[in-house]
Design a protein around this ligand. Structure first.
Ligand SMILES: Nc1ncnc2c1ncn2[C@@H]1O[C@H](COP(=O)(O)OP(=O)(O)OP(=O)(O)O)[C@@H](O)[C@H]1O
Ligand code: SF4
Ligand SMILES: [Mg+2]
Length: 405
């Protein structure tokens, strides 16, 4: 999909450079959205990596002797699937649980409950060989390219380690060839010059390309990219993201793309999932979720990141995100739908329990009583009308209530 974006990896001539000087992939992404997009194709076949009812609570260290131990309820009942050659964007404000999900998938955190399936099989790791074999398939790219590189070691050292650790090279000559090939794949050329450099001799974007090459050296099937460009200069973010996208398609990688920026999610990922305060709120095809958001939280997120592709009148009337309070504490989170203290449509039932998942058609889904269970009162119908008027010119499809996940 979206072939045109790949041409921009080292050629941004088609972009309006004013956008690159402004904050935000939001505007850059919108400015370059190709007009000749191909139609959305839903994922088919078996996901390479999948989470089922994944939950993570962090018990806090405390000095008190009596009483219950405080716990951060970071992720509740998360269900997501990653497919070869596709990107899923995980979007939400700070503290919504995005990195915690990625770290559970990378097996840096143990889930409190729920399961992770790799190629249809439950992941049972323990430690040692099982973990090593898992990491051969699932690699993570972090936000800060400085922290992933050791300043006292050269590029050669950083790339030779994974090649040796995973048995991909058997001689120094083979190692050099593969390192040069990796540098070419991440567009660091001439590769012969980069191989001897040290992290301090590289720009932020070049360091992040080395981090991407490190992940690729393992030959993974899944890459978890946790805000991979947010610490880079805005002028090079698109290049690095386009590199990731090219690799995703060339190598049929399953890509989890974590971002604060919902508009860039639309540009870079086939599918988008929105999280708030540890709960999943809405998901589906990126164009559907971002151009016709149904969940009030997604609508608020989008109102804070206007997209020039949307009709101006669609942005009008959406409440400002900042005007509606802060993300709650996850030590003592709001009951039911955690968005209810900020939601303009909250109903009594929203405080009582978290709504089940409602399918909206075409792979689009949401967890919101406005579109499904509990939606019986007149006021709820009014709320649906208001919500849909703010988002899509068409009426929301008749909701189908699925069992609670
Ligand atoms: N190791 C930890 N111990 C205790 N609490 C944690 C730990 N890691 C994360 N949390 C808490 O879990 C919640 C979710 O954090 P997480 O880092 O996953 O959010 P995020 O969506 O990635 O946010 P950001 O956009 O700021 O990176 C937050 O309340 C955070 O403080
Ligand atoms: S209407 Fe209720 S369930 Fe839907 S987002 Fe608002 S508070 Fe949550
Ligand atoms: Mg994070």
């Amino acid at each position: 999909m979206r072939q045109a974006r790949h041409a921009g990896e080292s050629d941004n001539a088609h972009m309006n450079t004013d956008y690159l000087n402004a904050d935000a992939m939001t505007q850059a992404a919108s400015s370059t959205k190709p007009s000749d997009e191909m139609a959305y194709t839903p994922p088919t076949g078996q996901p390479v990596l999948e989470t089922i009812h994944l939950r993570k609570y962090f018990p806090l260290r405390q000095f008190k002797i009596t009483g219950p131990r405080s716990v951060v309820h970071a992720v509740e009942d998360a269900n997501l699937a990653l497919y070869p050659g596709r990107a899923l964007a995980l979007v939400g404000e700070s503290g919504s649980g995005k990195s915690t999900i990625a770290r559970m998938l990378a097996r840096l955190y143990e889930p409190t409950s729920g399961s992770i399936n790799f190629a249809g099989q439950p992941v049972r790791l323990g430690s040692g060989a099982g973990l090593h074999a898992y990491r051969r398939q699932v690699q993570m790219i972090f936000q800060d390219p400085f922290s992933s590189l050791n300043p006292i070691h050269s590029v050669r050292y950083h790339l030779s380690r994974p090649l040796r650790l995973y048995g991909h090279v058997h001689s120094r000559r083979e190692e050099t060839q593969q390192i040069l090939a990796l540098l070419d794949r991440v567009s660091l050329s001439p590769a012969e010059q980069f191989i001897q450099k040290y992290p301090h001799q590289l720009s932020g974007g070049q360091r992040q390309r080395i981090a991407i090459a490190q992940a690729l050296a393992v030959r993974p099937k899944v890459v978890l990219a946790d805000e991979p460009v947010s610490m880079l200069d805005v002028s090079i973010r698109l290049d690095v993201l386009n590199l990731l996208l090219r690799l995703k398609e060339e190598e049929q990688l399953a890509l989890l793309f974590i971002t604060h920026d919902i508009a860039s999610a639309r540009y870079f990922a086939e599918d988008t999932m929105v999280m708030y305060a540890g709960q999943t709120m809405e998901g589906g095809p990126s164009d559907e979720v971002i151009l016709a958001p149904k969940h009030p939280y997604t609508q608020l997120l989008i109102s804070a990141a206007p997209d020039p592709d949307r009709i101006e009148s669609e942005n009008a009337g959406m409440p400002e995100l900042s005007a509606r309070g802060e993300i709650p504490s996850l030590i003592n989170p709001p009951s039911g739908c955690r968005f209810h203290p900020r939601c303009p449509h909250a109903m009594p039932i929203c405080r009582e329990r978290f709504p089940g998942r409602t399918a909206l058609g075409g792979g689009h889904w949401t967890h919101c009583f406005l579109y499904g269970e509990g939606n019986t009162s007149d006021s709820a119908h009014d709320a649906v009308a208001t919500a849909s008027a703010h988002t899509s010119p068409s009426s929301p499809p008749a909701p189908t209530i699925l069992p609670n996940q």
